[in-house]
Design a protein around this ligand. Structure first.
Ligand code: GAL
Length: 656
């Protein structure tokens, strides 16, 4: 199978979404000149050009795209060609209203924005296949074409009638019989028993709380339907160009797609990443997505989109301050990206994203944004021969599963303060701040290569997933589990005792009496100064734990907050950031996990990729870092002996 190395061929890709159909053709040569000066070697064409390619049903206008493909080839810029199927032309909704999705309230999502397609619509799928077929046939032999980009950020839901019919088929396939569905969904509760498949619906607007397993299955179904749309187009382009890889761009930690499953269907895994430049933990939220994407890719991956400056969709949109675009781009490379790309090349003057930055902003060539883009292009070209294709080894894996997220993130739960992505992020942050390189994994993956496995929260665990955790510990691994783990089975049925019995035994817990969720700002104090937030638990130990940290004071006084039995740890609260970092550092050290570099000052990130050591200063103040030995800094060409000073948002890429 072709992969990203077939596109990079020893380089790092640099470029972004290029939407020149917004501009008069006189601008195109100017674009090319600026691209060359900035070292751009890859652009993504055609993401939203369906109405231009197919102005009326069945008509084709490829002339403009032919000229662009040729222009890119003549300029030595590779093309990532997108299928335009994320934004159907207005004629489609007008002629075929059934292609438009409906939300849970029954409201139609009309054209005039984008992504107004029903994943379940046979008509939409037919038109999407036809334009994909013609695009692939036309450009299959074009020398500029390097990679296929299917659709864009698959993220839609549909609760309409055609989706309802497909949902029923999906459920028939999953359960076989209505009896099995009734059992899985627990429909004995509230008189929800189904007697005919025709009665089964998506979880539409209802008077009161919806059936949680119905909601969970609808999320599974939605991810699967979107995946069907993706694979249908992928198979078409593959037929024409079996030698070219295929991707579709994920949104970061997006709830709507089981990205573990999706990644299996991609040749290249790519993601769009927009941390808030004002967020003091923006670098860590970037690192989380980068680690996740690398783990899905099982190797180098593609940063398909980021912003060179401001976005336009937060309440207040600030640009990246001087140096930050370079730093965060190098961070992505440090964590395994072989492509650094943007939305979009030239900032729009019209349309909904005219206030979203581009690599060339409204200020043009002299603007700071483009000047920094140019500098970064030179940096990437300099380091590329040493970096491209390089691998990252992590001794720690953080487990994440979309099905568990979907099951846990529902109405009527013990605490709405518990937000899964925030819990996941809190644990990842502790590892990131401790300088520990971290992969993500699914509980079903082979975990045996990791010294430490961390489960921030897996509310839903299948029997197979429990088996896998137990086998991991039996095999010598160290496991740390956070609260609300192992509560439900695959149907979101609470396990007897409120937590899987085998897990309770693993940690030395006899009875989980009650959960005690905490209010915002409320803490649960524990012995030794550890303070828990968000959650606490009334646990009765079975006396087999080797070590416990008890709650101190309050209703849970003296009961264990943290238990360790052998190499298995259970943490029944969310320790404050410093305490969690200290705990994980201790556990990691015990498991033989070393940070990428010892003695790192706060705010400095160190990552090893291949034989290179990336150092990234996330602070505005200069900082000096001890790096024993002699190294060559690929960015400055300087020799570095024992220590290096990094300036504001400074970076170094050290080669031994
Ligand atoms: C992405 C999308 C792009 C653009 C960008 C703006 O989600 O794929 O087309 O809208 O956001 O930040």
């Amino acid at each position: 199978m072709p992969d990203l190395s077939d596109v990079t061929r020893g380089r790092l890709l640099y470029g972004g979404d290029y939407n020149p159909e917004q501009w008069p053709e006189e601008v195109w040569p100017e674009d090319v000149r600026l691209m060359k000066e900035a070292g751009v070697n890859s652009v993504t064409l055609g993401v939203f050009s369906w109405s231009k390619l197919e102005p009326r049903p069945g008509e084709r206008d490829f002339g403009w795209l032919d000229r662009l493909m040729d222009l890119m080839h003549d300029s030595g810029v590779g093309v990532v060609l997108a299928t335009p199927t994320a934004s159907p032309p207005p004629w489609m909704g007008h002629l075929h209203p059934d292609t438009l999705p409906r939300d849970a309230e029954g409201r139609t999502e009309w054209w005039g924005g984008r992504q107004h397609f029903s994943h379940s619509s046979a008509v939409y799928r037919r038109y999407a296949a036809a334009i994909t077929e013609d695009l692939a046939a036309r450009y299959a032999g074009h020398p500029a074409l390097t990679l296929w980009h299917i659709n864009n950020e698959y993220c839609t839901y549909d609760f309409g009638d055609e989706a309802a019919a497909r949902f029923r088929s999906w459920l028939r396939h999953r359960y076989g019989t209505l009896d099995a569905l009734n059992t899985a969904w627990g429909t004995a509760f509230w008189s929800q028993g189904y007697g005919d498949w025709a009665e089964v619906l998506p979880p539409r607007h209802a008077h009161y709380l919806k059936n949680p397993t119905q909601v969970l299955d609808f999320k599974r179904f939605t991810s699967d339907m979107l995946l069907e749309c993706y694979t249908a187009e992928r198979d078409i382009v593959r037929r024409h160009t079996p030698h070219l890889p295929v991707t579709t761009n994920f949104m970061p930690l997006w709830a709507g797609q089981d990205a573990w499953r999706w990644a299996e269907e991609e040749d290249v895994v790519s993601v769009d990443l927009y941390p808030d430049p004002r967020d003091p933990l923006g670098a860590q939220s970037g690192a989380l997505v980068q680690d996740m994407t690398r783990s899905q890719a099982r190797g180098p991956w593609m940063l398909m989109e980021q912003a060179a400056g401001a976005v336009n969709w937060r309440r207040v949109n600030r640009p990246k301050p001087r140096g930050l675009n370079r730093l965060w781009s190098l961070q992505a490379v440090a964590r395994g990206a072989d492509a650094v790309c943007y939305f979009q090349w030239r900032q729009s003057r019209q349309g909904a994203e005219k206030f979203h930055s581009g690599m060339v902003g409204h200020a043009g060539e002299q603007g700071r944004t483009y000047q920094e883009v140019k500098r970064l292009g030179a940096d990437l070209a300099r380091i590329a021969p040493h970096v491209s294709g390089g691998r990252i080894t992590a001794d720690v894996a953080v487990l994440h599963d979309w099905h568990s997220w979907w099951a846990g993130d529902q109405e009527a739960r013990p605490s709405h303060e518990v937000d899964y992505p925030r819990v996941l992020s809190a644990w990842h942050r502790a590892l990131w701040q401790a300088g520990l390189t971290t992969d993500f994994a699914h509980p079903g993956h082979d975990l045996s290569g990791y010294r430490l496995v961390v489960v921030p929260q897996l509310y839903l665990l299948t029997d197979a997933a429990v088996d896998s955790l137990l086998a991991y510990v039996r095999g010598g691994g160290t496991l740390v589990c956070g609260f609300l783990t192992g509560v439900a089975d695959q149907d979101d049925r609470v396990r007897p005792g409120g937590m899987d019995a085998r897990l309770r035994e693993l940690f030395g817990i006899r009875t989980l009496h009650e959960w005690w969720p905490l209010e915002p700002g409320e803490t649960a104090d524990c012995e030794g100064g550890l303070r828990g937030t968000l959650w606490s638990e009334e646990l009765e130990p079975d006396g087999t734990a080797d070590e416990t940290v008890p709650y101190e004071g309050g209703e849970l006084d003296g009961l264990p907050a943290v238990l360790r039995k052998g190499r298995a740890w259970y943490v029944s609260t969310l320790p404050e950031p410093e305490a969690l970092r200290a705990l994980l550092t201790r556990v990691a050290t015990g498991a033989g996990v070393r940070p990428a570099l010892d003695g790192l000052p706060d705010g400095v990130e160190a990552v090893r990729r291949g034989d290179l050591l990336f150092l990234l200063n996330h602070d505005r103040e200069p900082v000096t870092v001890d790096v024993p030995g002699t190294h060559h800094d690929l960015l400055t060409e300087a020799t570095v002996t024992d220590r290096i000073t990094l300036g504001r948002y400074g970076a170094a890429v050290l080669k031994p």
